[in-house]
Design a protein around this ligand. Sequence first.
Ligand code: MLT
Length: 320
Amino acid sequence: MKKLDLNMPKILIADSMDSIAENLLKEGNIDVDVNIGLTPDQLIKIIKEYDGLIVRSATKVTKEIIEAGLNLKVIGRAGAGVDNIDLVAASNNKIIVMNTPGGNTNATAEHTLALLFSLIRNIPYANYGTHKGLWEKKKFKGNELKGKTLGIIGFGNVGRRFAEMCFSLGLNVIIYSKYFNSIKNEFLNYESVNLDFLVKKSDIISFHCKANDNGNPIITMQNITNMKKNCLIINTARGNLIDENDLKKALQQNLIKGAALDVFIKEPATENQLFGLNNIILTPHIAASTSEAQIIVAEMIGKQFCNYFNKNEVSNAVNL
Ligand code: MLT
């Protein structure tokens, strides 16, 4: 039977992630429970037993859970976005929230590129027809990326990697981001623009920013009516960056050519008004889901927790 050292910190891993996180914590003399799929009430009941909590995006770490975590010192997010964690409640309760920035950047940028190629060359539809024996060679004339204008909204790790990939494919890259504007002299290949300009000039618009604090979308029908008719919209960032009602109308009325989404206003998206439209490609929030990225983020969070509990070192805190 496992002998428990009562001074050993105790961590709960509440979402599925690579086992390297659990192994690193154990090697660091930290007691770990892996308990996936808990309901909010179950989590509220047991969270007081733990000094630390590690999640991905499935667990919503609410104010109630944080306040019930009487011994909680740190919450770790194996990933980048922390919008599933109530940061204000964590700060008010002196709990550190850490993420793993950069760990899944390449995976997310590559998935965005995969969606872009799929859209512009009609890959999912051509695949479907070919499996049915339809040989629709005339139906699926695509377009090329080279020479097109890509508008990127947001210039964090993923926006930057995606810009780099697309520039090397011959796209003109324009960027709307306050942060980018402050460092644009380091990136002379890209142009810093305002949102209106980006909306009017882009053949492809891709989101790589955080959601607005108030949850309001950045793109609504007002912007969509200014877009080119052949515009493609891609969102691998957060579902609420674009108004889904307006996107549906835009696709139904062919105001834009197509869209590809990996993220939704309500996740898991087991039902959604966009399902079944013939000019949209949908994936279930898998942009960061590569074996490589999941090992990196699990390893990062495992090491960060060991450093915190064993050396009192804080890294990648988002709420200090
Ligand atoms: C993230 O914020 O890192 C991504 O949305 C990926 C995820 O953890 O699902």
